[in-house]
Write a protein that binds this ligand. Structure first.
Ligand code: NAD
Length: 357
């Protein structure tokens, strides 16, 4: 595999270094993997004047997968919008056409106290949200704000278009059914078919696909109920698939059930399972350079990279088990520290994961 490594800014540099060491340890054990480094975000602006330089685009397009840290920081906050680090992130996602966003929310039993919900409701939680990332009301045309005659007189109205083509639903459906098949075998499709025609089509297409995946048990839920069920009884879910807007909201809700932003990986995939893998958190300027950031979200993103782009389930599981082991040993970075555990830095956490491998 050719992996394009993009550390980015702030703690991105420290946490990707640890994920890379974990992958290198597996390479020492027979994994065939090569790395190329590229710039994105603030550091790319400093070096080239652009947040997403052509050289990075070329390397990212040529690679089988991209491992990304995080971008941004106060140093670049006053730049014009086009030069902001976040533009680099949107640029690379659009450039690679990654339409399937996979966000697992796992609560390791050792971290059950980190959640704002009762430990018995969330302990052992392990769900995966599959969110469509490039369609829906966020991208639908027409859209705009203009003055019109209304029942309240002439005034501005704003409107957006929620739109999905059948094939657009089918391709995200395939990702979700396949993911469910590799996990607990349960898929819940979330829509608002009682009110929105667009999501009525969503339900019809997903329902028709179920016959191709006899091992997966499909259910449907309206989005308002799903939001409620996620905080009431989140462990009823295995994989959830939904559109861009509902997925945006539900994936943030689900990730916060775990209470630990430093633990959450993500993957964004294209039709060929080429993917961009990154932690769900940002560049944490407040702790950057101090060697205290939690590298586990990025290490778990590397596990997802092996699973989805490398079709290497065995090594993905090895990394995930190693992470479970260091948590069971009581090692904690500052963000997940609690009395009675052992506080460690970024590099010590990386060392411990490698030792556990
Ligand atoms: P953030 O996620 O960077 O930080 C929020 C809080 O969580 C901070 O207190 C931080 O110290 C802590 N935190 C985050 N990751 C951690 C880790 N691995 N270990 C320990 N603690 C961790 O969000 P923010 O402060 O809103 O944003 C900071 C910068 O990051 C901004 O420039 C923002 O634009 C950028 N950002 C980038 C991404 C990305 O690259 N995908 C995502 C979100 C924010």
């Amino acid at each position: 595999m050719k992996v394009c490594v993009i550390p980015g800014d702030g703690i991105g540099v420290e946490i990707t270094a640890e994920a890379l060491r974990v992958l290198e340890a597996l390479r020492g054990d027979g994994l065939k993997i090569e790395f190329e480094h590229a710039l994105l975000g603030g550091c790319a602006v400093d070096a080239t004047g652009k947040p997403y330089p052509e050289a990075t685009s070329k390397l990212a397009r040529e690679a089988d997968a991209i491992l990304l840290g995080a971008v941004g920081g106060p140093k670049w906050d006053t730049l014009p919008r086009e030069q902001r680090p976040e533009r680099g992130l949107l640029g690379i996602r659009a450039d690679l056409g990654v339409f399937a966003n996979l966000r697992p929310a796992i609560l390791y039993p050792e971290l059950a106290n980190a959640s704002s919900l009762k430990p018995e409701v969330v302990s052992g939680l392990d769900i995966l949200i599959v969110r469509e990332l490039t369609g829906d009301i966020y991208f639908g045309q027409p859209r705009g704000i203009e003055e019109r005659d209304t029942q309240w007189g002439r005034q501005r109205v704003g409107w957006n278009t929620m739109i999905y083509a059948e094939e657009e639903i089918r391709r995200i459906g395939r990702v979700a059914f396949e993911a469910a098949g590799k996990r607990g075998g349960k898929l819940c499709s979330v829509d608002k078919m009682n009110v929105l025609e667009c999501t009525q089509l969503w339900r019809e297409v997903i329902t028709a696909m179920a016959a191709e995946y006899p091992d997966v048990e499909l259910s449907h839920m309206l989005v308002d109920n799903a939001a409620m069920q996620l905080v009431k009884a989140p462990k009823q879910f295995d994989v959830i698939v939904t559109g861009n807007m509902f997925g945006d909201i539900l994936s943030d809700e689900a990730s916060m059930l775990t209470g630990s932003i430093g633990m959450l990986p993500s993957a964004s995939l294209d039709a060929n399972n080429k993917g961009l893998y990154e932690p769900s958190h940002g560049s944490a300027p407040d702790i950057a350079g101090k060697g205290v950031a939690n590298p586990l979200a990025t290490i778990l993103s590397a596990a997802m990279l092996l699973r989805y782009s490398g079709e290497d389930e065995a090594n993905a599981v090895r990394i995930e088990n190693a992470v479970r082991k260091v948590l069971a040993q009581g090692l904690r970075t500052g963000d997940i520290y609690e009395a009675g555990t052992q506080r460690v830095g970024t590099k010590e956490m990386g060392d411990a994961v490698i030792a556990a491998l």
